[in-house]
Ligand binder design. Structure first.
Ligand code: ADP
Length: 441
């Protein structure tokens, strides 16, 4: 009896039975009157429920679904269930849409959705950064009216989207972009932009580096080849031959130094970061650095070492030795005879520092920021004369960086320079532990 149609039929049958009984007992007219009144009441109930349904359909809200009577009760409750399922589905879809939008927003690349006429339908923050697009004001506008660079307009209009094009952004300080249109769906398009500024810089550095290495090696090689030719072709007396041989040996040594420094740099780049467990015995390392500096100076400079005791460095001995050694040898090489070079190792606020002070030629301020670039030299001739490769400070910077240490350079032309390697506290070890290590070993 639960089916609404059965319930309606039962109601009608009951009304007919009551009307029949009334007709039999009280006369046919009464029976018909009862039937008519009953049918009217049933109809009124249906009309009222129908009106409530129409009212609700005009403004459907889950909470305000009307209550139905009789067969309508069932219909309304089914409608209610359907409405709740639809609301849940709509909720799920809007959540999914929100998640997609959030994912699109989070992309570091620029994303713009274009319609068939290349009008902006949606864009993310990346597109804002790259093209200056704004979701609030630019939706519905043709993208070529918003990004007007001729190469971009030509790319969009040519409709050949097999490749990305390079584009310099007119926003965010002129980033280098790679821009590509990807057609999808029914004539819609995705416009993607990627920031390739860093990539481009790495590529330029790589190209410059290869060009520099080739140039640096070619010069001694040309000289060497020239001398060889001379010795082979001309009949030289033994003294001249020896002189030429010495000059050739000098060029070969120069090439050797360049190759060794290149290998040192490449090792620094490719080996894992020095561990915190290894101990660099700074006192003995500084004694070696001092001895090398004195040997290089050959008594032409006054060199002092002022090393505080009590702390070592956690890291790789050969890397720290190469960093400190290069700073000391530079000070000797760029200080004229009679000058002073001071090597100082001491505790500092942030950990410890190794300073090399000289009274040498000094450096003009505009060069200082570039000194650690590979092959950068202030004075090529002077660097070469003293056996420089132009890679020393690049090695120093790299070796220090791998120990989270920094290099500070202060200099005054004609007066001298101060190079300070700052070692952070986490890489400074007390010497008491060294003695303990040795005792337990
Ligand atoms: P190089 O082999 O030419 O010395 P480096 O990388 O060690 O290469 O140094 C780069 C440049 O920095 C040097 O060519 C020199 O011009 C300058 N320089 C380095 N150390 C000093 C110093 N102590 N005094 C003056 N100039 C220096």
């Amino acid at each position: 009896m639960n089916h609404p149609l059965l319930r309606t039929a039962a109601g009608v049958a009951m009304l007919a039975a009551v009307a029949l009984l009334a007709g039999l007992g009280l006369g046919a007219a009464t029976g018909w009157a009862v039937l008519a009144l009953g049918a009217l009441a049933l109809l009124a109930n249906h009309v009222a429920s129908l009106a409530a349904l129409i009212r609700w359909l005009k403004q459907p809200r889950a909470t305000s679904l009307p209550e139905g009577r009789g067969a309508w009760d069932e219909a309304f409750s089914l409608l209610h269930r359907f409405e709740r399922a639809a609301a849940r589905e709509a909720d799920r879809l809007s959540h999914a849409l929100l998640r997609w939008r959030q994912a699109g927003e989070a992309l570091p690349d620029g994303v713009v959705i274009l319609d068939a006429q290349n009008r902006v339908e949606w864009c993310n923050e990346g597109a804002g950064r790259h093209f200056g697009l704004d979701l609030g004001t630019d939706v519905g506008r043709p993208v070529i009216n918003l990004v007007r660079q001729p190469e971009f307009v030509a790319y969009v209009e040519a409709e050949d989207y097999a490749h990305a094009i390079p584009l310099r952004s007119e926003h965010s300080g002129g980033l280098s972009l790679s821009v590509q249109v990807i057609p999808y769906g029914e004539a819609q398009k995705l416009l993607l932009s990627r920031d390739i500024t860093r990539l481009e810089k790495v590529e330029t550095t790589r190209r410059d580096f290869v060009a520099n290495v080739s140039h640096e090696l070619r010069t001694p090689l040309t000289v060497l080849a020239g001398f060889l030719e001379t010795v082979r072709e001309l009949k030289l007396d033994p003294q001249r031959t020896r002189d030429y041989m010495n000059l050739m040996a000098e060029q070969a040594r120069r090439m050797q130094r360049i190759v060794e420094d290149l290998l040192a740099l490449s090792n620094l780049e490719s080996s894992p970061e020095p561990s915190l467990e290894e101990r660099v015995n700074v006192q003995s390392l500084l004694a070696r650095v001092m001895a090398d500096a004195e040997a290089l100076s050959g008594g032409r400079h006054h060199i002092t070492l002022d090393a505080a005791e009590g702390f070592d460095i956690a890291g790789a001995d050969d890397e720290i030795a190469s960093a400190f050694g290069n700073l000391a040898s530079n000070a000797v090489r760029y200080t004229p005879e009679g000058g002073t070079v001071r090597l100082i190792w001491r505790a500092s606020d942030g950990g410890a520092e190794f300073t090399v002070e000289d009274t040498g030629v000094g450096i003009e301020p505009q060069h200082i920021a570039r000194l650690t670039e590979r092959f950068y030299r202030v004075d090529r001739g002077r660097s070469r004369e003293t056996g420089g490769t132009g890679l020393g400070l690049a090695i120093v910077k790299h070796a220090l960086m791998r120990h989270q240490a920094t290099l500070d350079i202060q200099s005054e032309p004609g007066k001298g320079s101060r190079f300070t390697a700052r070692i952070p506290a986490r890489r400074v070890l007390p010497v008491a532990a060294r003695t303990q290590d040795a005792a337990t070993a």
